[in-house]
Ligand binder design. Structure first.
Ligand code: NOJ
Length: 694
């Protein structure tokens, strides 16, 4: 589809001595600088108090963040935290609509106002530091910029002082940081006053019903930010350190990621906020014709069920014969990629303990890599590659150039990577032969992932990253960085445990996927791997199951966005559930538009998305353990088009505990503006394809 880019950028340079010329930017009598969003609702105030920088954020009359500190502690050097004067500032307005290569919405408007403040130390080293603030209608972002200068060249940040001081004890949804299992935890709910150090996105609800989500954007060469409650209601940017306590190694010119705060009147507006993407750099890949969102199947769930093994032997999953079976199935049903895990040498024994066992170019003898790849191409599908590194990054880096070349030669277009290993287990060897252990989410790993995404782009390979770093919108700049796991996905339903104080059953509780859209998924696409139709898999792991209904499982394809979505179940299970499988086949992974019809964090959500390549709309609605009914208006459908609604719903007697397979498929004719009933069973859902009738 052709698109129109509308671009309006106006820059007003306002020097310290002139009066403001814009209603969006003001200099107060006390010298503080005030920037507001295009709709005027969000205001950022910057001030120097005795040479120390502070900022505050208001929404209308309501203070959201009160005076909060900014600045840095540096190693073996004067800190950059006080003694500043404002050297200059300027104000810019920006209104641009840009096109995503793929995504939840094709055209995204980046409409913001910006103030760029040049600080200079008054005495001593007289170093320069810029702080750039952007005010959007859906929140704010700011970052620090360190220009090249004689007194600041290479430097180490040992602390970032950025604070977020809240004005009330909001309800928060969070996951603790610095845990052994990285980001793979259930979301907890409490008041801010009860949290310690948490990962982002951190989402909150104020008593007035405003929703806030703290995160970061454009994490390219920095460590990830966690938020630590220091005292009272102040959250401080606790940056994940290197092994030696340094948090960030830098060299000017240098910029930090954007610190972001999304602000919404209702939780659905957090989902349709594109602020994180707007704060990332535009696409750097010139030819994107090879970047195609898609679905995949694979030799995967069977290992998680312990039906087969990653390691070699009688139960080896990745055999030539088994791979061909999946390829046949994919070809028959129009699914473009087939993932094969356990194909390469290294899976025997305790592979998760140390990834140096892996060979990324050598298949097991019972897997004819070249033959299988060719078999797939002949059938019009492609193998999806798999690199499990077990967090032995140094080892992986020593082989990855050949490994990506091999995959390119074989016609592989997408690779799933994995970094299984405890939180702080990533090592690199220094000149003295010492192993230095790094966190999964520190700068060492951020740099590693950046290397991989650029290497993959050179080989025209799409990435699906597991156990990586949280998403901060880099997919805009590198659209081959398709999706990530970095959270508790479907696999926990096969073998996972509960969590004390949250859920005492096995696997993911029914409300898990009702929390993800408002927390983890605000950061970007999630390779959750939906599509399990044999929900109870009693034959393999009778003590586990998927904790919701079949219709809810289908709805996840719409609710959870991923440009690579898996049809995760075994082909034989799909053959027995062709009714449900039809929706999995039909649902796209690339959208023209996305709307949230209603939402309540952890309780229910209904999302509709329009296919990017047709006039079809899709709906996904899910609930927690409570049954719910909503009467909605189909006012999102295109006017003047007739639709057949193909409805995949819970039967009237469905219930996630007693009757998870209670499922009905039916069709009705509808048009824009019609009323439509969504009826969800306890732990249930509904998936609908509104098929445009030409
Ligand atoms: C963990 C990943 O999340 C999962 O998808 C994969 O199958 C295993 N690691 C093995 O790589």
């Amino acid at each position: 589809m052709r698109y129109i880019v509308f671009l309006f950028i106006a820059a007003f340079l306002i020097s310290c001595s002139t009066e403001s010329t814009s209603p969006f930017f003001e200099v107060d009598s006390d010298g503080s600088l005030k920037l507001s969003s295009p709709d005027g609702d969000n205001t950022i105030t910057f001030l120097l108090d005795d040479g120390i920088p502070y900022y505050a954020v208001d929404r209308g009359e309501m203070a959201i963040i009160t005076n909060s500190r900014l600045g840095f502690e540096l190693q073996d050097m004067e800190d950059l935290k006080d003694g500043f004067v404002i050297e200059s500032y300027n104000f810019n307005q920006h209104d641009e609509t840009w096109e995503q290569v793929w995504g939840e919405k094709q055209l995204i408007r980046d409409h913001h106002n910006e103030m760029r403040i040049h600080l200079k130390e008054e005495f001593g080293l007289e170093r320069d530091l810029f702080i750039v603030f952007r005010a959007f209608d859906d929140g704010i972002g700011f970052r620090y910029e360190f220009p090249d200068q004689p007194n600041l060249q290479e430097f180490n940040i040992v602390d970032e002082f950025t604070e977020f001081t809240l004005t009330a004890d909001h309800k928060a949804w969070w996951i603790g940081a610095y845990q052994w299992n990285r980001y793979e935890y259930l979301t907890r709910t409490s008041y801010v006053s009860e949290i310690d150090t948490v990962i982002t996105p951190l989402t909150m609800r104020t008593d007035e019903g405003l929703y806030l989500s703290f995160h970061e954007a454009a994490l390219v060469d920095y460590s990830t930010m966690t938020l630590e409650r220091t005292d009272g209601l102040t959250l401080y940017s606790n940056i994940q350190p290197w092994h030696d306590g340094v948090r960030v190694r830098a060299k000017t010119p240098f910029v930090t990621p954007w610190r972001t705060l999304q602000i919404a009147e209702n939780p659905g507006d957090l989902i349709t906020s594109y602020l994180i993407l707007n704060l990332n750099e535009p696409n750097k890949i010139e030819d994107t014709s090879w970047i195609e969102p898609a679905k995949y199947v694979g030799i995967w769930w069977e290992m998680h069920l312990d039906k087969s093994t990653w390691g070699s032997g009688e139960r080896h999953g990745a055999t030539t014969e088994n791979a061909k079976r999946y390829i046949d199935f994919a070809a028959e049903h129009g699914i473009p990629h087939v993932l094969v895990e356990g194909w390469n040498i290294g899976w025997d024994g305790e592979w998760y303990a140390d990834g140096v066992v892996f060979d990324f170019t050598e298949p097991y003898p019972d897997f004819d890599l070249h033959g299988v790849a060719q078999y797939a191409l002949d059938k019009g599908v492609r193998l999806m590659g798999h690199h499990e590194t077990s967090a032995s990054v140094e080892h992986y880096e020593s082989q990855m150039h050949e490994a990506y070349q091999l995959y390119e030669d074989l016609g592989v277009r997408a690779v799933k990577t994995g970094y299984v290993g405890h939180g702080q287990e990533i090592f690199w060897t220094d000149e003295d032969g010492n192993r230095n252990y790094e966190w999964h989410h520190g700068q060492h790993m951020v740099r590693h992932h950046q290397k991989v995404v650029e290497l993959a782009a050179q080989h025209k390979i799409l990435l699906n990253v597991h156990e990586g770093v949280k998403d901060t919108g880099l997919r805009r700049t590198w659209p081959n960085l398709m999706t990530r796991e970095v959270a508790r996905g479907q696999e926990y339903n096969a073998w996972g445990w509960g969590e004390e104080g949250v859920w005492d059953g096995n696997g993911n509780p029914p409300n898990h996927v009702l929390l993800l859209p408002f927390t983890r998924n605000l950061s970007g696409p999630f390779d959750y791997t939906p599509g399990i139709v044999d929900l109870l898999f009693e034959e393999y792991r009778p003590e586990h199951r998927v904790n919701h209904t079949l219709a809810k499982e289908l709805a996840l394809y719409v609710v959870i966005y991923s440009p690579l979505h898996m049809a995760a179940d075994l082909p034989q299970n799909y053959k027995e559930r062709l009714d449900a499988f039809q929706f999995i086949k039909d649902v796209p992974t690339d959208w023209y538009d996305t709307k949230v019809l209603h939402a309540s964090v952890g309780e229910y959500v209904t999302i509709v998305r329009k296919d990017r390549n047709s006039n079809d709309w899709y709906l996904g609605s899910i609930t927690d353990e409570e049954a719910r009914e909503f009467s909605i208006l189909l006012d999102f459908l295109d006017e003047g088009v007739s639709y057949t609604a193909q409805i995949y719903r819970d039967s009237d007697d469905a219930d996630w505990v007693s009757n998870p397979y209670g499922f009905v498929v039916e069709e009705v004719d509808v048009k824009a503006g019609d009323e439509f009933l969504i009826k969800l069973a306890p732990g249930g859902g509904m998936a609908v394809r509104f098929m445009a009738v030409e």
